[in-house]
Design a binder for this molecule. Sequence first.
Ligand SMILES: CC(C)(COP(=O)(O)OP(=O)(O)OC[C@H]1O[C@@H](n2cnc3c(N)ncnc32)[C@H](O)[C@@H]1OP(=O)(O)O)[C@@H](O)C(=O)NCCC(=O)NCCS
Length: 189
Amino acid sequence: MLNQQDKQRLGEDRQLVRRWLGGDTAEPLVIPRYQAYQPWEVLCPSLGAKLRGNLRALMVLLANSLPISSWKIAIYRLLGTKIGRGVYIGPSVLIDPLYPELSTLRDGCVLGIGCRLFAHEITAGNLRLGRIVIGADSVVGAYTTVRSGVSVGNSVTIGFNSFVNRDVPNGATVAGVPARIINTGQEPE
Ligand SMILES: CC(C)(COP(=O)(O)OP(=O)(O)OC[C@H]1O[C@@H](n2cnc3c(N)ncnc32)[C@H](O)[C@@H]1OP(=O)(O)O)[C@@H](O)C(=O)NCCC(=O)NCCS
């Protein structure tokens, strides 16, 4: 049972999330996790929001299990993911089921098999939300994870099985855990 102070804090946290979601800032939202209530009470503030969240999660599961990229794209677009032309989504790709609308896939990008875009993050200490952009003609390597708040430039290659926790400049190749630039894509002077 929440006391008055907890209720006030919960209301403030929900408002922070609502305001951030209503804007378009590239800066992630990080709020300290308050132990009196559970993270989903902040992220899904009403019964309607919980039901919508569950429905979205079901649709994401469906998208994941479909074999054809264009079908997956149709479902993610319905869920609010911004997807350009000529995008390919590989098998078992996971776009954040709680906040699919926070990811943008620009024209011609490829999401390799089993890669994951996580727009929300719960830790023991924080709740974090961040928009993710995958630039035009970029390739996210198979089984790679992209963290909330990361913007990947255009014509970028991300290696297999990487963890991308920083923005990636146009034309670069990055790989590893955490991902580091292995080729800038710039001609030597
Ligand atoms: C990143 C990648 C493109 C690099 O290929 P490449 O240009 O032939 O580069 P190399 O194999 O010569 O590797 C260059 C360096 O990066 C390292 N490296 C390459 N891929 C890596 C990875 N996934 N994780 C960690 N390090 C990696 C290599 O070990 C090498 O390091 P070294 O010079 O210290 O030995 C390739 O390894 C890769 O991961 N491709 C992923 C393609 C993919 O998943 N596409 C989508 C699904 S089809």
